[in-house]
Write a protein that binds this ligand. Structure first.
Ligand code: HEM
Length: 547
């Protein structure tokens, strides 16, 4: 049965990846509550400004019929709470008791599972603000209780809309006037009061600065994102589910069950998610992992150069192509996003780009809309079942590990139950800059906001089993070539390696590269609950009724 979501009750960051929707600038504010009543007042005061999932008009596509639209905000404001934040705000024990273990533990306690006990992911390398988890979370005056995310539109000169600064000032003033709620500093190096975020931008020949969908290693990002029931209106949802949903048993794509991402709805096991928490409190809310990941861009570039030269030699490729090929095999997508599974060779890559060209500013907007839609669809609509040996896309490529599609399915048409229960929504934005002469001592990376109904079953599973372990990819202990742990615990383990299988018909040997440097390092994070607007009202009024 079709699911109709109460969009006015759901926070906007659950359904929308703001960065992609015209909000390329962001800021994260972390707060501590020392007086429960002050904390509740703060939440109530902020409440009318929280951005819900009600839709605003799209700049790319006409709105589907029946859509309720609100004015596009200059800055989207969302709020989330750590477990100790809910405790500090006076949420009753009976409600807190229903919260999942991993959320109660918090991210630092889950370090062994997340791969954060390995150098250099360990807490010594975390930003000051996230180190609070080392101390008693109840008595420590630095425990992060509240997370506010601001996502702003950008002016033509590359600066954020003034509403970003104005909203920050408003939050600061609220803290000062109410008292008992304090902004926690300690983001970045040197430590700043907030975590600043920004999409990577480029200056056009006319001087206008525009965002581009790249991350710091140079890949086009934010392409794959699960589609679930109720996320979009009817036909749009069915179309978007192609490549981003699950399989329906007849080999067709369908949207995933809502309960995988929003609490209070049936999930893929036909159980209602979030029922351990009183439903009135959990429904239309969800969980979110905040994960700040530093990227060693210089090490990555240098690796592509050296190992790319070896690949060029072993496979007889032009050196220019080999770097892109290696990067593509590691990610599962060529740097411009074209899927390896659909275009495993340079010639195929070229063909794909000719068939699905990018929009061109010189063309008519209608033609560009068509181009955009065709390419967007082609980039996600593929399966792995016809490539069980990873001859097109390596079994251990980042996107093949993290969304196995039909790879683990005994019958391709059914898709994989295993995979359907491990999907995550990715929100967040990059931080810092990565100019050509960048050093790894400079701070740049991505703040990932990973949204799912069960942090344990979805986020922690993929992080531990699929990124930092290789068994499901038939790769023993090989970790993800991009984000996995390549450093070792004791120094005695084998060096990290990456294998590109080769089609015997080509006569080329498989390519094996050993000693992968650590490309991505954890800089900290925490687990948060993202309440519905109803639950926020209850928190603010102190009327959470667990009966
Ligand atoms: C700095 C660290 C990371 C980098 C550079 C990175 C890079 C990428 C790239 C280039 C893509 C392909 C573009 C796309 O399909 O949207 C991708 C996809 C994805 N990544 Fe990551 N990633 C990082 C960390 C992570 C982590 C830690 C997770 C999960 C715990 C993750 C989950 C995903 C998912 C779910 C997809 C979409 C796959 C699909 O649906 O086919 N990524 N990432």
């Amino acid at each position: 049965m079709a699911v109709t979501l109460d969009l006015a009750d759901i926070q906007g960051n659950i359904l929308s990846a703001y960065g992609k929707l015209g909000f390329p600038k962001g800021r994260v504010i972390t707060l501590h509550v020392s007086k429960p009543a002050s904390g509740r007042k703060f939440v109530s005061e902020l409440l009318p400004g929280i951005t819900t999932a009600l839709r605003w008009e799209s700049r790319r596509k006409p709105s589907p019929p029946g859509t309720v639209e609100v004015k596009r905000p200059d800055v989207a404001v969302n709020i989330a709470f750590s477990f100790y934040g809910l405790l500090a705000l006076g949420v009753p024990t009976r409600t807190l008791r229903g919260m999942p273990d991993e959320f109660i533990d918090g991210m630092m306690k889950r370090a062994p599972m997340l791969g954060d006990t390995f150098a250099p992911n360990q807490k010594d390398n975390w930003d000051e603000v996230w180190k609070a988890g080392e101390h008693d979370p109840v008595t420590n005056p630095k425990t992060v209780h509240i997370l506010i995310t601001l996502n702003a539109q950008m002016k033509d000169d590359g600066t954020p809309f003034p509403a970003l600064e104005a909203t920050t000032r408003r939050i600061e003033t609220l803290c000062q006037t109410i008292g008992g709620v304090e902004i926690l500093r300690g983001h970045g190096r040197p430590a700043g009061p907030y975590q600043e975020l920004s999409a990577i931008t480029i200056r056009q020949p006319d001087g206008k600065v525009v965002p581009c969908p790249k991350e710091h290693f140079g890949y086009t990002d934010a392409i794959g994102d699960p589609v679930f029931e109720g996320e979009f209106p009817g036909r749009v949802e069915r179309a978007d589910a192609r490549g981003n949903g699950a399989f329906d048993g007849a080999g067709k794509w369908r949207p995933l069950a809502t309960g995988e991402f929003v609490l209070g709805y049936p999930d893929e096991a036909q159980e209602t998610s979030g029922t351990d928490i009183p439903l009135a409190f959990s429904r239309n809310g969800t969980f979110m992992a905040y994960r700040k990941l530093h990227q060693n861009v210089a090490a990555f570039r240098s690796f592509l150069e050296t190992a790319g030269a070896q690949l060029a030699q072993v496979w007889g490729l032009p050196p220019g192509d080999a770097g892109a090929m290696l990067a593509g095999k590691m990610a599962g997508r060529w740097p411009d996003g074209v899927p390896m599974e659909l275009a495993p060779t340079v010639a195929d890559w070229d063909k794909f780009n000719k068939r699905y060209p990018d929009p061109d500013p010189k063309l008519d907007p209608k033609e560009n809309q068509k181009r955009y839609a065709a390419r967007e669809q082609a980039l996600i609509d593929f399966r792995y079942n016809g490539d069980t040996q990873g001859l097109r896309c390596p079994l251990t490529a980042h996107i093949r590990r993290i969304n196995t599609r039909d790879m683990l399915a005994p019958r391709a048409a059914d898709g994989s139950v295993l995979n359907n229960r491990r999907r995550i929504l990715r929100r967040g934005l990059p931080y810092g800059e990565s100019p050509p002469d960048v050093s790894d001592a400079a701070e740049h990376g991505v703040v990932m906001l990973i949204v799912c109904a069960s942090l344990f079953r979805q986020y922690e599973f993929v992080q531990q089993q699929w990124l930092n372990y290789g068994l499901d990819s038939n790769a023993g202990n090989d970790t993800c070539p991009i984000v996995g742990n390549h450093a070792t615990g004791t120094g005695k383990e084998p060096k990290a390696k990456f294998v590109i299988a080769s089609d015997p018909k080509t006569g080329r040997p498989p390519f094996i590269v050993e000693g992968l440097p650590q490309f991505v390092e954890t800089r900290g994070g925490e687990y948060f609950f993202v309440p519905s607007m109803t639950a926020l009202r209850m928190i603010g009024m102190g009327t959470v009724d667990p009966t």
